[in-house]
Design a protein around this ligand. Structure first.
Ligand SMILES: *Cc1c(COP(=O)(O)O)cnc(C)c1O
Length: 351
């Protein structure tokens, strides 16, 4: 019985093709700019994302921080979602390491930041205030692909207010595939874009930061300072090239599997399933507190790994098949149809 890990799309493991590409990668010392595979990955990412240049980095956290440090000086401010990764899930790096003040605002239900509220949060030029410099969006946000027309409006908005616009596009390609557009249709509106290779694209490690050459020259300096200067990094960059060639178009399978999972789980009365029309590879499931532990245990016994909670996030990815999704739904149905007491009996017998 294979393990089905729904905690995140970061759990994907490199397959045979990717491992072969890694094993055969031509390498050099990337701190000298000598690694041909890193250079090829950066050129490919820049082309696919429609940017002048790209930098390969160890993580999305580092990539976002490099962008923030490049856009903002000490005492500047960026406007960001209250639940955004760069604000909430990156250790406060912008403030800690950049002396950049975040101004968080709640996301709307569609994962956007309401531009009228953003406007209200922009500080006047006054010595009492930090200087508002940057707006940071996230796409996908909690699995939601932001509406395409919103991106164009956000661009017009930042131009009118002389702000820069950064995209945390950890799952940018999920958004592009969801809308059936090229990634450039999204990235064209942004001054910089960070994309993770290590999530749905299936790489063991790595992200890319894309943008204009001048901004990335700054970013390059920050990358070194943050400890992201890597040597024979072609070994992992090769995985990135493989992923960009082979694992982008297939993302629609993850979205179809998530939708199938949501449909199956909707047949269970005890679960509140949240999978709206904007959703890509994440299903959110609400359940009673008393059920959280026992359900997690029942799933565990069937080789299904989840992050338990009253609002559970289930993520589909490269290593989750349609048959796997059906096994998850079946296990949940059995649990709620009384398999629960059977599971408890089995547990008692073992004890
Ligand atoms: C995963 C993620 C990142 C970057 O995470 P790393 O683990 O540092 O690569 C950034 N933003 C979002 C929205 C993410 O999901």
């Amino acid at each position: 019985m294979n393990t089905i890990d729904l905690r995140s799309d970061t759990v994907t493991r490199p397959g045979d093709g990717m491992r072969k590409a890694m094993a055969e990668a031509e390498v050099g010392d990337d701190v000298y700019g000598d690694d041909p595979t890193v250079n090829r990955l950066q050129a490919l990412a820049a082309e696919m994302l429609g940017c002048e240049a790209a930098l390969f980095v160890p993580s999305g956290t580092q990539s976002n921080l490099m962008a923030l440090l490049s856009h903002c000086q000490r005492g500047d401010e960026y406007i960001v979602g209250q639940q955004a990764h760069t604000y909430k899930y990156e250790g406060g790096g912008a403030a800690v390491l950049g002396s950049i003040q975040p101004q968080p605002l709640d996301f709307d239900v569609d994962g956007t930041l309401d531009l009228a509220r953003v406007e209200g949060a922009i500080k006047e030029d006054d010595e009492h205030f930090a200087r508002t410099r940057l707006l940071c969006l996230e796409n996908t946000q909690s699995g939601r692909a932001l509406p395409m027309d919103y991106l164009a409006r956000a661009r017009t908005f930042v131009d009118a207010h002389t702000l820069s616009l950064h995209l945390d596009g950890a799952r940018l390609f999920n958004a592009a595939v969801k809308h059936g557009v090229e990634a450039t249709a999204i990235t064209q509106h942004f001054d910089s874009v960070s994309v993770c290779l290590s999530k749905g694209l299936g790489c063991p490690v790595g992200s890319v930061l894309c943008g204009p050459r001048e901004l990335l020259a700054d970013g390059h300096r920050w990358r070194k300072m943050l400890g992201g200067g890597m040597r024979q990094a072609g070994v992992i960059a090769a995985a990135g090239i493989f992923a960009l060639h082979h694992n982008v178009q297939r993302l629609h399978e993850d979205h179809e599997n998530a939708e199938r999972l949501a449909q199956g789980l909707r047949e269970i009365d005890e679960l509140g399933v949240d999978y709206g029309p904007q959703q890509t590879n994440m299903v959110f499931v609400e359940l009673a507190a008393a059920v959280v532990g026992p359900l997690q245990q029942a799933l565990h016994e069937q080789g299904i790994v989840v992050t338990a909670g009253q609002r559970m996030r289930l993520v589909t990815h490269l290593d989750v098949s349609r048959a796997d999704v059906d096994r998850v739904v079946e296990t949940c149905k059995r649990f709620f149809a009384g398999g629960r007491s059977l599971g408890q009996a089995a547990g008692a017998a073992r004890a």
